[in-house]
Unconditional design. Structure first.
Length: 80
């Protein structure tokens, strides 16, 4: 626990809000852009920021598909 308390002040905590058909909040977008830029510097691939945003988009689409699927099965069970 002591190690976690020592590292915690060094770790940024950034609230991140991503809407399905809307923008990412400003602080979250800046954080993700910085993260992508750093990943690009480490890997040598400047496209890493784009890949990060694309991956987040895919995760949101997958979540929405699962959430929608769950509601249609529930509705089907009610109507039976």
């Amino acid at each position: 626990m002591h190690a976690i308390n020592a590292v915690l002040p060094l770790c940024p905590i950034v609230p991140l809000a991503i809407e399905t058909m809307g923008p990412i909040n400003a602080k979250g977008q800046a954080f993700l852009a910085d993260l992508g830029r750093l990943l690009g510097q480490i890997s040598g691939d400047p496209r890493k920021a784009s890949f990060l945003f694309q991956r987040l988009s895919l995760v949101i689409q997958q979540f929405n598909a699962i959430a929608f699927h769950a509601t249609t099965e529930y509705t089907f069970l009610i109507n039976v």
